[in-house]
Design a protein around this ligand. Structure first.
Ligand code: FES
Length: 106
């Protein structure tokens, strides 16, 4: 799948991501600034992205744990209605064309 990524510097790139993993891994490996410190355990929040509003309803909804982690980092960083943890976005053909913006670090 190809995912359009808006970086913290405002630059955009189209990322080819292999299916089967989580978006966080692809963002981390592409040096977008996503750290994914906890390895996808929903306990660090460093994989936070803003999903393009056009895509908000096309992704599977947040779990309670994801929502709780986002709420926790909301003290430190701006949350938007489309904030997601990229470690909870599975990469498959269904996300081809997805656009995400890397949220600020904290
Ligand atoms: Fe830590 Fe997503 S990688 S919360």
């Amino acid at each position: 799948a190809v995912v359009r990524v808006i970086g913290r510097d405002g630059g955009t790139q189209n990322l080819n991501v292999a299916g089967g993993g989580q978006l966080m891994d692809a963002l981390r490996d592409a040096n977008t600034g996503v750290q994914g410190t906890c390895g996808g355990m929903m306990s660090c929040g460093t994989c936070h992205v803003y999903v393009d509003p056009a895509w908000a309803d096309r992704l599977p909804p947040k779990s309670e744990d994801e929502a709780a982690m986002l709420e926790a980092i909301g003290e430190l960083v701006e949350l938007r209605p489309t904030s997601r943890l990229s470690c909870q976005i599975a990469v498959d053909d269904g996300i081809d064309g997805l656009c995400v913006e890397i949220a600020p670090s904290f």
